[in-house]
Ligand binder design. Structure first.
Ligand code: DGY
Length: 320
């Protein structure tokens, strides 16, 4: 039987591409070229499925122009705000994501951002790398202890809960805001706040773990940032769109916030230029899921969905 024709929009880890070559008649992206809307429509012609990433925008116009034979789009991501689910559903095209497999790696990076911001890792690195470290100084590069402090988590899904587990190991107390209160076995003693406004004044540290999209756009803005106590630390490993950059930059400049640790940015990779020069900002280039095991796991999970679909079964992570 002919193997399904699959368009793969980005360069993926070797083990994932090996399985794709074995099981599909695939068009890979060896050079990892960026695909805009017109490329997506052109390349999708003659395909039965697509394996896409969070870097491609699947707008209603693109989806409308997809060929009838294309029945599934599997995304190599847990987030799916780059995929217009309503437009896909209208065309009867299955969309899948990769939940679970990146939870632990992303929570690790939330702690990396939290520690990097609290312990002034960027300034410390620069002192060394610019060969300015003349002698240890007792009153310089002083950061914040995590122990005994409150970590507020906005979005207590899988990654939020995994971040809470880690933070408890550092002696932090967890407060959270979520659409729903978690059952006790999941909350593990974390204090629930029905509103974001009620959560923020209690937080020495705040970790954003909500999905992107219209509902969470600029959740942290001048008004909500002002509700954090002076000297708080903000961590974002979720989506850049959750934060109003201009307001965060102003809060970091004024000293209202002690620091921020950011792995995600609005408009990435073209991030707000002011971040580059802020010493109290610990910055990472969206590496939350970037471990060998996790990226392989994401690829295999996307392929499991494609395999199920082409075997005539319901894809396990179907969103449409
Ligand atoms: C996701 O899967 O949505 C992540 O942001 C990609 O690393």
């Amino acid at each position: 039987m002919a193997r399904p024709r699959l368009l793969v929009t980005r360069k993926l880890p070797d083990a994932v591409e090996a399985r794709i070559r074995r099981d599909f008649d695939a068009v890979l992206n060896e050079d990892d070229r960026a695909h805009g809307p017109e490329d997506l429509v052109r390349l999708a012609q003659g395909m039965d499925g697509v394996l896409t990433c969070g870097t491609e925008r699947w707008t209603p116009a693109v989806i409308e122009a997809l060929p009838d034979r294309l029945r599934i789009v599997a995304s190599f991501s847990v987030g799916y705000e780059h995929l217009d689910l309503a437009a896909f559903a209208k065309r009867g095209i299955i969309v899948t994501n990769t939940p679970d497999v990146l939870t632990e790696a992303t929570a690790d990076v939330a702690m990396l951002c939290l520690l990097g911001a609290a312990r002034r890792a960027w300034e410390s690195q620069m002192l060394l790398r610019e060969r300015r470290w003349d002698r240890p100084k007792m009153a310089e590069l002083l950061g914040l202890d995590l122990r005994g402090r409150v970590l507020g988590i906005v979005g207590m899904g899988r990654i939020g809960q995994a971040t809470a587990r880690r933070a408890r190991g550092f002696g932090m107390t967890i407060h959270y805001h979520n659409r729903r209160k978690l059952p006790d076995e999941k909350a593990q003693g974390a204090v629930y706040h029905e509103t974001l406004d009620s959560l923020l004044p209690s937080c020495h540290f705040l970790s954003l773990n909500s999905p992107g999209g219209a509902e969470t756009h600029h959740l942290m803005n001048a008004r909500t940032l002002a509700l954090l106590p002076p000297g708080a630390v903000l961590v974002n490993t979720a989506r850049g769109t959750l934060v109003d950059d201009a307001a965060l930059i102003a809060a970091l400049r004024s000293g209202h916030l002690f620091a921020a640790g950011l792995d995600v940015f609005a408009g990435e990779p073209a991030i707000h230029a002011a971040y580059y020069d802020l010493p109290n900002c610990f910055l990472l280039p969206h590496i939350g899921s970037a471990t060998v095991e996790t990226r392989d796991g994401m690829g295999f999970r996307a392929l499991d969905n494609l395999d199920a679909h082409f075997a005539g079964l319901r894809a396990p992570d179907a969103l449409t």
